[in-house]
Design a protein around this ligand. Structure first.
Ligand code: FAD
Ligand code: UDP
Length: 391
């Protein structure tokens, strides 16, 4: 095979590696992609009836504070000024997220100053003794926002999202849920945020548009691995356990089911994302894609919505979020050891490292893999292995 590098998977990790190796190192890169399109889970397409850009694998919002990643992304796309905001519906009323002074005033039905709100929440969180580490998600959330807000906005939503009692979930899941004693309800804290002006797929296609890069769609690496591994360096971004034929057992993932619907109104919910906190509403949230791009001209009599349902993944499902139970972590350690010994193969990306990575993290991790692994391999003849990367 007349190539210098094979990249398995055309998501942000795989395409960043391919683009950098082709452009910077002059490598000839073959990208293998099992699906019939490039881009991994960030792929978007226009819904045929309305022309509205929809995110097939779940809504993707780009945000980063990493200047190197921001500069790199801007080589392939311009970004809109979009700022993400999320609202939640609980018992027929709407509240702003993340939990902030507006949520607190609205929920308790009166005006609070920041100091008053802090004092109230401290009182409502007092059941978790200060100084003791919260033992599970419920304790952690109650310690951050008090019991009433926890029961309204977190308990039902989390139970739907994880199908597990919050008392059996690790505290870390909720750590990234900020609580603000101001009326600021921006969802992300990052310096840079925006959506690609002409869509994710155009951005991803530009990354792959290089004479040294060939992308082969509808091609599963496992149908040709024997002719590749050991003969040509491989960057593998598919599931880690699948690479080793599940020798140590399966790593647990959650998957999502999406129900997309064209609705005969110009505006279904007035905002891009509405969460549903009540446990008896079966979906966790509803996305309305037109609101991601208020600057575009979309039909004013139809809109596209997508309801999101969450459940544990079986082997045939799309793996979306690592569950990361204690058993998963033990298995992961053994798989990582096997990955380290796999000469000539670099494991990367969300599936290849069994880590939840935002897009900017996948890009950052790929840039560092190129600088620290692939460049030394191609220029100094160093062995290509996964030892130390992303650990
Ligand atoms: P992926 O995008 O998963 O790409 C891996 C590719 O490898 C896939 O195309 C797959 O088909 C291919 N592949 C796997 N096995 C094989 C094989 N055997 N042969 C050939 N090809 C194979 N990030 C954000 O920054 N903001 C967000 O708002 C956001 N929202 C998200 C919402 C959801 C529901 C999910 C699941 C993720 C979200 N992300 C978000 C994360 C984002 O999707 C990832 O950061 C990004 O996809 C990581 O890229 P990747 O290349 O590691 O993996
Ligand atoms: N969460 C919640 N209620 C909400 C939003 C989030 O309880 O309205 C909790 C839930 O446990 C979830 C976690 O916060 O798993 C992280 O939420 P986020 O929206 O960041 O998750 P993602 O978009 O990655 O699914």
């Amino acid at each position: 095979m007349n190539v210098d590098l094979v990249v398995v998977g055309s998501g942000f990790f795989g395409l960043t590696v391919a683009e950098r190796c082709a452009t910077e190192l002059g490598s000839r890169v073959l990208v293998l992609e099992r699906r019939d399109h490039i881009g991994g889970n960030a792929y978007t397409e226009n819904e045929p009836e309305t022309g509205i850009e929809i995110h097939r694998y779940g809504a993707h919002l780009f945000h980063t504070s990493n200047e190197q990643v921001w500069e790199y992304a801007n080589r392939f796309t311009r970004f809109t000024g979009y700022r993400h905001h999320v609202y939640t519906t609980f018992k027929g009323r709407v509240y702003p997220l993340p939990i902030n002074l507006g949520t607190i005033c609205e929920y308790f039905g009166r005006a609070f100053t920041p100091d008053e709100a802090r004092a109230l929440i401290a009182e409502q969180a007092a059941e978790i003794p200060a100084g003791r580490e919260p033992r599970d998600l419920e304790e952690k959330a109650v310690s951050l926002i008090g019991r009433p807000l926890y029961e309204a906005f977190i308990r039902g939503y989390t139970a739907k999202q994880w199908q597990t009692d919050p008392r059996d979930l690790p505290a870390e899941i909720i750590t990234r849920l900020p609580v603000r004693y101001t009326f600021d309800n921006r969802y992300f804290n990052d310096v840079h945020e925006g959506l690609p002006v002409d869509g994710y797929t155009a951005w991803l296609e530009r990354m792959a548009d290089h004479p040294n890069i060939e992308v082969r769609l509808d091609t599963d690496f496992f149908d040709m691995r024997d002719g590749l591994v050991g003969r040509v360096p491989v960057v593998y971004t598919g599931p880690l356990d699948r690479y080793f034929d599940f020798a140590e057992g399966e790593l647990g993932w959650r998957t999502l089911d999406f129900e997309t619907e064209v609705v005969p109104t110009g505006d279904f919910q007035g905002t891009p994302v509405m969460n549903y906190a009540d446990e008896d509403v079966p979906y966790t949230r509803v996305h309305e894609f037109r609101h991601f791009h208020p600057e575009r001209h979309y039909p004013d009599d139809r809109t596209v919505i997508m309801r999101e349902f969450s459940r544990a993944a079986d082997r045939g499902d799309e793996p979306y979020y690592p569950i990361n139970t204690a058993r998963d972590r033990e298995r992961l350690l053994r798989y990582r050891e096997m990955a380290r010994r796999e000469d000539g193969v670099l494991f990367g990306g969300r599936l290849g490292t069994y880590q939840y990575l935002d897009m900017h993290m996948a890009i950052a991790s790929a840039l560092s893999a190129v600088a620290n692994r692939l460049r030394p391999h191609f220029e100094q003849g160093e062995r290509l292995t996964s030892g130390g990367v992303d650990r």
